[in-house]
Design a protein around this ligand. Structure first.
Ligand SMILES: Nc1ncnc2c1ncn2[C@@H]1O[C@H](COP(=O)(O)OP(=O)(O)OP(=O)(O)O)[C@@H](O)[C@H]1O
Ligand SMILES: [K+]
Length: 314
């Protein structure tokens, strides 16, 4: 039997969640039942979102994740296959249900969300060992914090030790991030609230982000990107400590859900497929891709594919 070494552009070690969205006139009070107007399900989870965006741009991707052995899990496997993401390093467990996010949205657009991470928290070192060949032979390994942080760290460490580029998205925000994350990360990516929690600088402007980036660089990562929504993002690298503000496109914002994940997924795609492109140009292109997700409703449903994009982005 021949044993081919897997070679992926981007391996994502991260989360999958099924969004369960109910639209109601108003949110129920404790103990109250209200009638909903509409219900829909969506594929979510930061890890999976980022992987799907990278795949839609043309990256050869694999997802290292844990789903429940239930209908949501089965549907998620199909979603990965439809998007051309390798499911060779994905497993389904009887020990917990697939991660879910029941979301209620009222007429004013306010929401109430419960996240039950479920099977995501059962992804373990043994799963990483089974995926180790894919991880160490890939171009980029991408992690976030919706699974056990020690597992994300172990995956990034494994990649870093083997010369694989690492991208870390420090979301959702945690105050007590293990300092080793900075040591094993090539591109550290956070949004305003994560930068605020990690640096104690209230980040709301380009200037704040410049200061926060400098603090994060001092912790040891090679480069830092702080995203600022419609304000674009700020990039700072060890090689060039002068911050670069990368503005984004002016768009008619329809739904900003998932923009951060679109940005990170696009970033990983460009780093993998265009290793010689300057990071500021990569950031500019990823920002362009993310801004397009804001022009459409939903999360993964709003992520553009390569064939719908101008050639000068490739
Ligand atoms: N209103 C907008 N107009 C244009 N581009 C946007 C807008 N919102 C977000 N973007 C693009 O998406 C990138 C990431 O957005 P943002 O900083 O809001 O991430 P986030 O807070 O992680 O998002 P979310 O949690 O909503 O997914 C921005 O750097 C920008 O390129
Ligand atoms: K969207």
């Amino acid at each position: 039997m021949t044993c081919l070494t897997p070679s992926f552009d981007v391996v994502v070690v991260g989360s999958c969640m099924t969004d369960l969205v109910s639209y109601t006139e108003r949110l129920p009070k404790p103990g109250e039942t209200v009638r909903g107007k509409k219900f829909l399900t969506g594929f979510g989870g930061k890890g999976a979102n980022q992987c799907i965006q990278a795949a839609r741009l043309g990256a050869k991707t694999a997802m290292v994740c844990k789903l429940g052995n239930d209908s949501f899990g089965n549907d998620y496997v199909e979603n990965f296959k439809t998007n051309g993401v390798s499911t060779d390093y994905l497993s389904q467990t009887e020990e917990a249900r697939t991660g879910v996010a029941p979301i209620m949205v009222n007429d004013e657009g306010q929401n109430a969300i419960v996240i039950v991470a479920g099977a995501n928290l059962l992804l373990n070192s043994n799963d990483l060992r089974k995926a180790s060949k894919a991880i160490i032979h890939s171009k980029v390994v991408l992690g976030q914090l919706e699974i056990r942080p020690d597992i994300t760290l172990e995956a990034l460490r494994m990649a870093h030790k083997n010369g694989v580029k690492t991208v870390f998205n420090s979301a959702p925000a945690v105050a007590d991030l293990d300092p080793e994350f900075y040591q094993v990360t090539d591109v550290f990516c956070c949004n305003e609230s994560e930068a605020t929690i990690l640096t104690d600088i209230e980040v709301t402007s380009v200037e704040d982000a410049e200061m926060a980036n400098s603090i994060l660089l001092d912790k040891g990562c090679k480069s830092v990107i702080t995203t600022l929504g419609a304000g674009g993002c700020v990039l700072t690298t060890q090689e060039n400590r002068t911050p670069i503000h990368v503005p984004t496109r002016k768009v008619k914002a329809l739904d900003t859900t998932g923009a951060g994940d679109s940005f990170v997924g696009a970033l990983a795609f460009y780093i993998a497929q265009y290793p010689h492109l300057q990071l500021d140009e990569i950031t500019r292109r990823a920002s362009h891709i993310a801004s397009m997700s804001v022009e459409a409703h939903g999360t993964q449903g709003s992520y553009v594919s390569r064939n719908n994009l101008p050639e000068d982005l490739f």
